[in-house]
Design a protein around this ligand. Sequence first.
Ligand code: SF4
Length: 738
Amino acid sequence: MFCGRKVLMNRISRRRFLKIAGIGAGAAAVAGSAGRALQAMAQRPGGGETRVVPTSCDICFWKCNALAHVRDGRLWKITGNPADPLSRGRLCPRGTGGIGAHFDPDRLRAPLLRHRQRGEEQWVEVTWDEALGHVADRMQKIKAEHGPEAMALFSHGIGGNFLKHTLKAYGSANIAAPSFAQCRGPRDVGFELTFGEGIGSPERTDIANARCLVLIGSHLGENMHNTQVQEFATAVAAGATIIVADPRFSIAASKAKHYLPVKPGTDLALLLAWMNVIVSERLYDADYVDAHGFGFEHFQAEIASRTPEWAYPQTGIPPELIRATAREMARHRPATLVHPGRHATWYGNDAQRSRAIALLNALLGSWGRKGGFYFPSSMDVPGYPYPPYPKPERGKVDNPDHKYPFASETITTGIRAATLTGQPYPIKGWLVYATNLLQALPSQAETLGAIQKLDLMVVMDVVPSEIAGWADVVLPETTYLERYEDLNVEFFREPFVALRQPVVPAPHDQKPNWWIARELAIKLGLGAFYPWQDIEEYLDYRLQAAGYSLAELKQRGLVKGPQPPLYFEDGIAPEFATPSGKIEFYSTQLQAAGFDPVPRYERPEEGPPGSFRLLYGRAPVHTFSRTQTNPVLRDAMAENEVWVNASVGARMGLASGDYVQLRNQDGVLSHRVKARVTEAIRPDCVYLVHGFGHTARGLRSAYGKGASDSQLITRYATDPLMGGTGTNVNFVTIEAGT
Ligand code: SF4
């Protein structure tokens, strides 16, 4: 039987949870791109009163703990909290520039009700009572006509917790986040199938102690997850060997001893060849494999033909380089970390590719070892004792008949498909919290088609994003600097509980997510599920139950538990929540479900002649599509560029800075975007930073700046194991910009 994440986490929780005992509290600020805009906004008064408020950053989901500085009642700057194990007192550039979110002139200011066709972005301002009354009335009608399961919630981040609570109380379990099927899902499933546990978030990667770090399409430094980037810098400074396989010469590649410009779509061939070398040359950790491995002989036989010579025509990587890098990995084992990545939805074979990464780590003995993967822990902070939720009469809509047998979380695109088709039952209402589905999901046409089937479409967000433009009701949320949040009690290297609290008041009629969720529940007649009167009462209850208080957290921002053991060598018992109780080199679960028990490579589809595979990634100063109007971060990067290989540029007469447009295989034409003509990308692909090319008119300062990869991702390849959507399967041609 497949051991899903929930089951595993419960098992791990019992084994490794720590009771909170005494605490120690412990700055330096990474210079962000504060820039001209920040200086103008802060208007630093001289000699005024300054106060410092501990809180946490929400510019991305990493939730670094921070200190917000307020001068003369005005937000001035934000720095890392030195006591924080995530930030270690240093925020990333986005976190430093986060105060721009408070000052953003494009923010939503009041609740809005649609008064023309969906998508026309024509609104009337209404009161909160009117807006939530309208939503509650429509939800009651949907419940009466279609059942409560016909409402779905899409959310991102910790801010969605209270809305999830309201929807469960209403009677629906159709709650999903793009972070699974559009991001880390295949990775977690691949590792769960192999080790019985996923990677988690924050990732359990012991980068700082790695002696060899292997990055496969993982852009540490551009993908700015604070702790990982700091640890990467530590590892580089300590002389760790860095190996990077990527079609693009990334920032991380510039630190590498070995750079492998792998042909897009062939990563699995490279992984199999690396494992072939390590096994055939008996370089693997034989003691570790003998003690903990299951099905090694089958695995060995399966990869016997996957030699570097076999991989060369697939990947474009010379056999001697594959051999040299495999030997380098083995030389440093077990402190060789083959990083599992995060955004792993590339080609539709992603869970199997991630499983190959897991197996390579298993050969190197890095799971549970210093410099590999540590065992995270969490504080034991009880939840609030709510009444039990009503049991939905119908199961979740996203994965009928367990079509994707290894999906361990709800599949966003499964809910979208059910909305489009009405099967296995109709979805008639969407609540969308803090996720711009038109940029987060592939195929905007399918998303818009699904929206047309809805009786109710509600968006809660800080700015008027593209998805908000299609809502019936838009609810303006406060920024993270103006609200309380649910407690952050995550699994990490050091257990901690942390508070987000308001630093300054909301400038207009915006409300925090907890207030919106509670008021909506009351209007739905579900007030019994919110016995607390305000969030402070809720937070204090939970903290008191753990032996702390809200007053203490407000003062300190976080409390930490004692450092737990991290590795097998610290005495942690090697346990693997797989069917065999071992590391599964050969997966009987996959075999039973009709899938390859050992990953098998298939040649990726080629694009039309003359086209380039469209790749995309992150910039260190923006998060998804949600920060482009932040005046500080916009000051650092206002538009994206398309990376084009220099030989292609020469052939087309293109120079860096020329504007071009991209047309995909289905005829979709992008906004104009500047070319970056460079040797730092293979000639068979182009690359965009995600999140630009906004089309929502309310995003005045970001409208039409750069090109949107999401607009061009009209096709996707669905992972048969878990329903993830591989999106690196689109091809574009380059046209002169207008
Ligand atoms: S990684 Fe950066 S943006 Fe994300 S929470 Fe930390 S400081 Fe904020």
